[in-house]
Design a protein around this ligand. Structure first.
Ligand SMILES: Cc1cc2nc3c(=O)[nH]c(=O)nc-3n(C[C@H](O)[C@H](O)[C@H](O)COP(=O)(O)O)c2cc1C
Length: 190
């Protein structure tokens, strides 16, 4: 029987590449989401670069849809690559839009999970750490542990982008269980 009151999670990846390892990791998360969680995804392709002048005239449609999707979710799962030891612009730009206006923003008091993948040996660790810092300012509840750092990620997905590495699948499943419990702490009963 399905859970009558599941934790609703919105997931998005900070890469626009069709063959993105991080988009593939997000798909794996959808596949492995535990019974008490619904995980829907949002594509950041239609979120333009942040511009305060544009914002003054109202959120562009892609931004409005993004913020609305976050507001409707109980929690947000961000799947981030690492670029130059930091957060890629695609992901940071999305967070910047969703942090506006300060206080009362879509990310305010929202539980957040961060995972990521990289072909390198650190599995996006520095990108993830840097992304965490943003949630001090946005007043979001970023889950401290566990972590998912998919290192040598190009070896862990098949040609169709399916996560085939069994330990990674196990860790991701356990992470999602922990994230569901984390998000549940902040969910108001309805
Ligand atoms: C501009 C740029 C900078 C990068 N810097 C890093 C880095 O600092 N650390 C790392 O592990 N990988 C780095 N990479 C490699 C990315 O991890 C790799 O391209 C990865 O596949 C990107 O994520 P995606 O597959 O989800 O698009 C970089 C790639 C690009 C394009």
């Amino acid at each position: 029987m399905s859970d009558p009151n599941p934790v609703r999670v919105l997931g998005f990846a900070g890469s626009l590449r069709r063959a993105s390892l991080n988009r593939a990791l997000l798909r794996a998360a959808v596949e492995l989401a535990p019974p008490g969680m619904t995980l829907t995804t949002f594509d950041l392709a239609d979120v333009p670069l942040y511009n305060g002048d544009v914002e003054l005239g109202g959120d562009p449609p892609g931004v409005a849809a993004f913020k609305q999707a976050i507001r409707e979710a109980d929690a947000v799962l961000m799947v981030t690559p690492e670029y130059n030891h930091g957060v890629p612009g695609v992901m940071k730009n999305a967070v910047d839009w969703a942090s506006r206006p300060p206080r009362g923003a879509a990310l305010d008091r929202k539980p957040v999970g961060i995972i990521g993948a990289s072909p390198g040996m650190t599995g996006s660790a520095r990108g993830q750490s840097q992304l965490r810092q943003a949630f001090e300012f946005t007043n979001s509840y970023c889950m401290p542990q566990p972590e998912i750092l998919v290192f040598r990620a190009h070896e862990k997905f098949d040609a169709e982008g399916r996560l085939t590495d069994e330990p990674s699948r196990k860790y991701l499943g356990a992470y999602l269980e922990a994230f569901a419990a984390w998000a549940m702490r902040f969910k108001s009963p309805n």
